[in-house]
Design a protein around this ligand. Structure first.
Ligand SMILES: Nc1ncnc2c1ncn2[C@@H]1O[C@H](COP(=O)(O)OP(=O)(O)OP(=O)(O)O)[C@@H](O)[C@H]1O
Ligand SMILES: [Mg+2]
Length: 222
């Protein structure tokens, strides 16, 4: 499992055009999860809000310097240029972007292999789909190989109509490649982050949160 993962050398961008969908939560947990499998990971903070950097600074304090990954802040065109240079030095790279159609997110999409699109199951977020689709229409033709996309629900409801409506709209847009690996709205994510930890490390474990993220991460690294 390790070796396969390491051999692939993948670049993941976690993005979308909506704030608060869980991009930083997914990207920081993915960086830690990959590093726990023995991979050398670069986490790129490409959001000027610097949430991934704040998390990392806090993790550095609480974890006594044992981050498990390397963090770099990049913005704009430098995202593409620097990542092309840094790529050979790491097994995998995870890029956290802001929830806007920024030069940074565009640049990230040109160098990435995988685009992760978390959506929270609220209809107003689904309206941002057309913006994501427009961004993809612009980026895909400029690439040598198509960007691999996975959209999924984060902060999903454990019950109720909202998930159903959201997944229906996501499924209607085949290019977004909706995958049925939802991450439910669970306090464990914020609790872990407040300690500078991923949900894989925080104790006591929230087994459901761990299982949901693992299922998603196994799928996207296959
Ligand atoms: N599955 C989840 N369950 C419960 N809370 C979550 C979940 N995912 C993220 N959150 C919480 O939602 C808030 C926003 O998450 P996060 O900062 O990861 O979003 P973001 O998309 O990076 O936001 P921004 O657009 O501002 O960068 C945080 O308080 C985080 O702890
Ligand atoms: Mg963020």
């Amino acid at each position: 499992m390790h070796l396969n993962l390491k051999a692939k050398g993948m670049i993941f961008t976690v993005g979308g055009i909506k704030g608060g969908t869980g991009k930083t939560t997914i990207s920081t947990n993915l960086a830690v999860w990959l590093s726990k499998q023995g991979a050398d990971i670069l986490l790129v903070d490409a959001d000027e809000q610097e949430s991934a950097s704040d998390f990392t600074a806090w993790r550095d304090e609480t974890h006594k310097g044992e981050l498990g990954y390397t963090l770099v802040q990049l913005t704009g065109g430098a995202v593409r240029r620097q990542i092309e240079q840094l790529r050979p030095k790491y097994d995998h790279i995870v890029i956290d972007t802001g929830g806007r159609d920024t030069a940074s997110q565009r640049a990230a999409l040109f160098v990435s292999d995988v685009y992760l699109l978390p959506f929270a199951p609220r209809s107003y977020e689904i309206w941002t789909l057309s913006k994501v689709l427009a961004l993809l229409n612009e980026v895909q033709p400029g690439r040598l190989t198509p960007l691999k996309i996975y959209s999924f629900l984060n902060k999903a409801d454990t019950r109720g109509q909202d998930n159903g409506e959201a997944t229906e709209v996501l499924r209607e847009n085949a290019e977004l490649n909706y995958v049925d690996f939802s991450v439910v709205n669970r306090k464990a994510f914020a609790t872990a982050a407040s300690k500078g930890l991923s949900v894989f490390e925080a104790m006591p474990h929230d087994e459901k949160a761990v299982a949901e993220l693992e299922a998603l991460f196994h799928h996207i690294t296959k």
